[in-house]
Design a protein around this ligand. Sequence first.
Ligand SMILES: *Cc1c(COP(=O)(O)O)cnc(C)c1O
Length: 221
Amino acid sequence: MFVKENLKNFKETLPDHVILVAVSKTKPISDIQDAYEAGHRIFGENKIQEMVNKYEALPKDIEWHMIGHLQRNKVKYMAHFVSLIHGVDSLKTLKEIDKQAKKHDRVINCLLQAKIAKEETKFGLSFEDVENILKSDELSDLTHVKVKGLMGMASFSSDQQIVSGEFKNLKSLFDQLNKDGHQLQILSMGMSGDYKLAIAQGSNMIRVGSAIFGPRNYIAS
Ligand SMILES: *Cc1c(COP(=O)(O)O)cnc(C)c1O
């Protein structure tokens, strides 16, 4: 009941143009089932094996998003079902996704992860590298991946100005790229602690876990 109520209340506060990815990593199948029964269909996981297990156990009309850092050698395990890969940070990874998607006769949608936080620990491409990948001939040769937009993670900071500023930078890049003729639709930014700031800066896809499912217990998982 907790998940259903929480999810319903959370969704009521969201503007219509914002897509919610319910981040179910470390959470049991039963929690996802509850969210599913409440009508939710888009879930995010950060480990491929965990996502595969959940995919196999749950209804097949769920859209699974991979939001974690990708291990290239594991892309093959999710290529037959993943619906959006958020954390792509190299052309090499796009090539691997393309290769695996081809085997299943699919086109896999991806987001390029741009580095917006100052912290060393956050993955992601420089803005320049995002641009270079998007305009590269190598990308246009890949017929089984489609870059749909950008993803970013802000600094883990209580300073709202810092966090807002980082989201704003990513939105500017997104707008600039579209002005230059790219056709990016998705801007994935915002998590439980900062999704309001992200939406205020133009996010249209948020990845929210603990605000819906409660805190994660990493020791037990
Ligand atoms: C875990 C995770 C989230 C969700 O985090 P919450 O703070 O629980 O909302 C969002 N994005 C990524 C990339 C994550 O790994």
